[in-house]
Design a protein around this ligand. Structure first.
Ligand code: SAM
Length: 201
C-alpha cells in the first residue's frame, strides 16, 4: 500500500494524482533554480535531463539552450513533459523519451551538460546511471544534480524511511562520481538537500 503510494506520487508518478503533483511541483522550484545557476547554460549547450518528471525544469532550460533531451521511466511523466514542451518537441529542438536512466538511448558524447532533479535517491543502480551520463557527455561535460543528503535532517526524517530513499555519505558519492569519470567541483548541502556539481574529465 505504502509502496504503491510512493510510486504514484514520486518514484514513478502516474494517474491523476501523479500528473497533478508534477505539472507544477512548486516545492521543487528552488532545486530547479539551483541546478540552472550551477549549470550556467549557454545557447550552444546540448542539455540532457534525467528523470524529468513533468518537464518544468526542461522548459526552463529550453529558454536558453538550442538542443535538449529528457528521459523518464514513467509514461505519464513523459506525456506531461511533451505536452508542456510541445512546441520544442514538434520543432525537433527537444526529444523526450520513456526509459530507464540506467540505459540511456543516446550515442557517446551527445550532450554538453546534464541535470537530474530530486530523483537520484530512487535510482536502483547509481553507479550505472552515473556511468551512462558520463558516457553520453562530451569531454568536460557538466553534471548537476540534487538529491537527499545522507545526514539526518528534517527532510530525511519526513521522507527517507517512508519513501525508501537511497542516500549516500559524501565520500561514497564522490567515489561513485570518480569511478564514472567525473571530478567533483562542488557539493552544497542545505537543510538536507544536496546539490552536486561535477565535470567529466
Ligand atoms: C520525485 S520525481 C522528480 C521529478 C522531477 N525531476 C522534479 O524534480 O520535479 C522522481 C522522478 O524520477 C523518475 N525516475 C525514477 N527512477 C527513474 C529511472 N530509473 N529512470 C528514469 N526515471 C526515473 C520518476 O518517474 C519521477 O518522474
Amino acid at each position: 500500500m505504502l509502496e504503491k503510494f510512493r510510486d504514484i506520487t514520486a518514484r514513478k508518478p502516474s494517474g491523476w494524482l501523479g500528473k497533478r503533483l508534477y505539472e507544477d511541483p512548486k516545492a521543487h522550484r528552488e532545486s530547479f533554480r539551483l541546478i540552472l545557476e550551477k549549470l550556467d547554460l549557454k545557447s550552444d549547450d546540448s542539455y540532457l535531463e534525467v528523470a524529468c518528471g513533468g518537464g518544468v525544469l526542461l522548459e526552463m532550460a529550453l529558454k536558453i539552450v538550442s538542443r535538449a533531451a529528457a528521459i523518464d521511466h514513467s509514461a505519464d511523466m513523459v506525456e506531461l513533459t511533451m505536452e508542456r514542451n510541445k512546441a520544442a518537441v514538434k520543432s525537433g529542438v527537444a526529444e523526450v523519451v520513456e526509459g530507464n536512466a540506467e540505459s540511456l538511448p543516446w550515442p557517446d558524447e551527445s550532450f554538453s551538460c546534464a541535470a537530474c532533479a530530486n530523483a537520484f535517491f530512487f535510482i536502483e543502480h547509481p553507479e550505472l546511471v552515473l556511468s551512462e551520463i558520463s558516457r553520453v557527455l562530451e569531454p568536460k561535460g557538466r553534471l548537476v544534480f540534487t538529491t537527499c543528503s545522507g545526514e539526518s535532517s528534517l527532510i530525511a526524517i519526513l521522507f527517507k524511511r517512508p519513501y525508501n530513499l537511497k542516500t549516500y555519505p559524501d565520500e561514497q558519492m564522490q567515489r561513485m562520481l570518480y569511478s564514472a569519470g567525473f571530478s567533483v567541483a562542488e557539493v552544497n548541502t542545505v537543510s538536507g538537500i544536496q546539490v552536486w556539481v561535477a565535470q567529466k574529465a
